[in-house]
Design a protein around this ligand. Structure first.
Ligand SMILES: Cc1cc2nc3c(=O)[nH]c(=O)nc-3n(C[C@H](O)[C@H](O)[C@H](O)COP(=O)(O)OP(=O)(O)OC[C@H]3O[C@@H](n4cnc5c(N)ncnc54)[C@H](O)[C@@H]3O)c2cc1C
Ligand SMILES: *[C@@H]1O[C@H](CO)[C@@H](O)[C@H](O)[C@H]1NC(C)=O
Ligand SMILES: *[C@@H]1O[C@H](CO)[C@@H](O)[C@H](O)[C@H]1NC(C)=O
Ligand SMILES: *[C@@H]1O[C@H](CO)[C@@H](O)[C@H](O)[C@H]1NC(C)=O
Ligand SMILES: *[C@@H]1O[C@H](CO)[C@@H](O)[C@H](O)[C@H]1NC(C)=O
Ligand SMILES: *[C@@H]1O[C@H](CO)[C@@H](O)[C@H](O)[C@H]1NC(C)=O
Length: 516
């Protein structure tokens, strides 16, 4: 543990927490009530136990099977910021009283926090035992009269709560592109979206955070009040508190053009994509209204191995078939089916619900980044992907995806450590889904081997960049370390200042801790 002594304010906090615990009837009982019983007693009507509809509602609403497979002792569903504050005070005091006398032993996690439940690995936003905080009732969305700011609850979901409301005002916010993604996890990770080549990361566009600190105190962090906390929350995940409201920039938005185009997979289509993407990334073709990804797929789920390639292309000012995409939309091998249309952003995002699964069984994903280069480099990377699929083809029911997209063009208003205004960044997610937990280890091993192969190619060409986007990273990766040493130290200083007892280090479930 990094803290070997208690300073005065910590001592005071400890005393206060013991008082709170005493008033909750804990101290002096022979059996400590569980954290669920404690919270239930203090905040009645908000705790659901296994077997109930409320509990099932949270359990079912995770994207990944690994998260659904965990069984928290109960689910706490706060209805407002004060509930969250009272919860944090309770869990903080319970944690203190449960510690060894010298307080030197790290305690095990007591709680998990979830918003949209779209992080992929077990324990990111759920846990076994303990208590899972389901923020989804903090879902209000208020657009300011001038349409410039949206105030969004920390548990809101973009597709169901946020986009349908903001489109009524002819504005949009920078949000998740697939149904079900929560504002809480997305925005504290970074946030890549349709407008990211123009406006950077979603977190670059957050003016204010209402956040419940480890003490239970509610602060409003902006660039002028608590600038250190404000900046730390831009990429710092759940390390500093529970964000109960995000005040974000809203942008005028009419219909957006785009959708998914499909190709008949072949070597010439693979090479065509290498050419078209390297051209898309060239400075002379840069168009800040365009955001796209290429998705290579392989599956043996249908019996015989099948490859596919599709592109998700978006253009935010509503121009149809803009020149920037011409090399994709006119590529030989394109199939006559596509979802290209002019849509408002709510319909665009919810439209994906019709074609994509709401949840998956087992899933494993790794992320890496690099600087763009010529077509030859992309050919090398894509061919390596195709070849690698041989090594996973024996896993029953497996599907793998290689998704490549440009990184946001950020002005640097965040803690991610990326070069401001760089337009040449690219990121890849390699994702495997499969039905059997028995295959976890072998899938991990083979996906890791793939990543190592790609990194080797990129390092040789001096194109590799260490950045790992936290929103896509596996728990075995180190996104916060990837921001750089100086930023990590700064994040640690912010943690010490706002969370001196480390509640959001070892009291909360999950990885990506600033002190890891
Ligand atoms: C199908 C799919 C599509 C995706 N598309 C995109 C995309 O277009 N762009 C992109 O950038 N990312 C995308 N992602 C990644 C996504 O941003 C992350 O998975 C993100 O964590 C999801 O947020 P959530 O609230 O749904 O997650 P959760 O799993 O609920 O939470 C993730 C983490 O954030 C913490 N957290 C949640 N809410 C709060 C809060 N209010 N305060 C403090 N901590 C909190 C949780 O404790 C947890 O550690 C996608 C993921 C999936 C599965
Ligand atoms: C909740 O799910 C459990 C397990 O799947 C089931 O046994 C129980 O009946 C469900 N409860 C409700 C109220 O739906
Ligand atoms: C949004 O735009 C539509 C179409 O241009 C217009 O009719 C409507 O009044 C606008 N709504 C608001 C709230 O500005
Ligand atoms: C970066 O962009 C954000 C959001 O658009 C803006 O609020 C901020 O002032 C910009 N910062 C700089 C240094 O340009
Ligand atoms: C896809 O390509 C194969 C092989 O070149 C060809 O036989 C098939 O007709 C094509 N399918 C479509 C839908 O174009
Ligand atoms: C399209 O491809 C041509 C040649 O292959 C290239 O010169 C051009 O820059 C590309 N255009 C865009 C917008 O990518």
């Amino acid at each position: 543990m990094r803290r070997s002594y208690l300073n005065c304010s910590q001592m005071l906090r400890l005393l206060l927490s013991l008082l709170v615990a005493a008033s909750a009837g804990v101290v002096g009982h022979s059996r400590n009530p569980s954290i669920c019983e404690l919270v239930d007693a203090q905040l009645p009507g908000r705790v659901s136990y296994p077997g109930t509809a409320g509990y099932n509602n949270s359990q079912k609403a995770y994207f990944a099977g690994q998260e659904r497979d965990l069984s928290p002792g109960c689910v706490f569903r706060p209805t407002n910021t004060d509930d969250v504050s009272r919860f944090v005070k309770l869990v903080g005091s319970e944690r203190q009283s449960g510690r060894s006398p010298r307080g030197s032993r790290p305690s095990s996690p007591k709680f998990a926090v979830r918003a949209g439940g779209h992080s992929l690995w077990a324990g990111a936003a759920n846990m076994n035992g303990g208590i899972t905080v389901d923020l989804r009732s903090l879902n209000s969305v208020v657009v300011s009269d001038d349409g410039a700011v949206a105030r969004i609850g920390g548990g809101a979901v973009y597709s169901s709560d946020v986009f349908p409301e903001v489109v009524k005002h002819n504005v949009t916010v920078m949000g998740g592109r697939i149904p079900g993604i929560g504002v809480g996890g997305f925005t504290t990770a970074g946030g890549m979206t349709f407008l990211s080549r123009r406006n950077g990361w979603t977190c670059d566009n957050v003016y204010g955070y209402e956040v419940v600190l480890a003490s239970g105190e509610v602060v409003y962090a902006t660039a002028s009040s608590s600038p250190d906390l404000w900046l730390a929350l831009k990429g710092g995940s759940s390390n500093f508190g529970i964000v109960t409201r995000f005040d974000v920039a809203a942008f005028p938005q009419d219909l957006m053009w785009g959708g998914v185009i499909l190709f008949n997979y072949s070597q010439s289509v693979l090479e065509g994509h290498a050419e078209a993407f390297s051209n898309f990334m060239r400075p002379e073709n840069f168009d800040d209204l365009a955001m796209m990804s290429i998705i290579f797929g392989f599956t043996n789920a249908g019996g015989s191995p099948t490859f596919s390639v599709s592109d998700a292309i978006f253009y935010s000012d509503g121009v149809e078939f803009p020149p920037v995409y011409q090399n994709f939309t006119s590529m030989p091998g394109i199939l006559p089916v596509n979802t290209l249309a002019l849509n408002n952003v709510a319909d665009l995002v919810n439209g994906f619900g019709a074609v994509l699964p709401q949840s998956v069984d087992r899933i494993y994903e790794l992320v890496y980044s690099f600087k763009t280069s010529d077509a030859a480099l992309y050919k090398q990377l894509f061919r390596a992907w195709e070849k690698w699929t041989d090594t996973i083809a024996d896993i029953q029911g497996v599907s793998v995806q290689y998704l490549i997209q440009p990184l946001p063009v950020t002005n640097g208003t965040n803690s991610l450590g990326l070069t401001p205004n760089a337009k040449d960044g690219v990121t890849v997610c390699i994702t495997a889904t499969y039905p059997n937990a028995a295959d976890d280890k072998v899938v991990e091993k083979r996906v890791k081997a793939f990543l190592e192969g790609q990194v080797k190619i990129l390092r040789k060409k001096d194109l590799f960049i260490p950045f790992q986007y936290l929103g896509y990273a596996d728990k075995s990766q180190d996104p916060i370390g990837s921001y750089g040493r100086a930023i990590k130290r700064q994040l640690q200083a912010v943690s010490r200042k706002y969370d001196p007892n480390g509640l959001f280090q070892d009291g909360i479930s999950g990885s990506f801790k600033v002190f890891a």
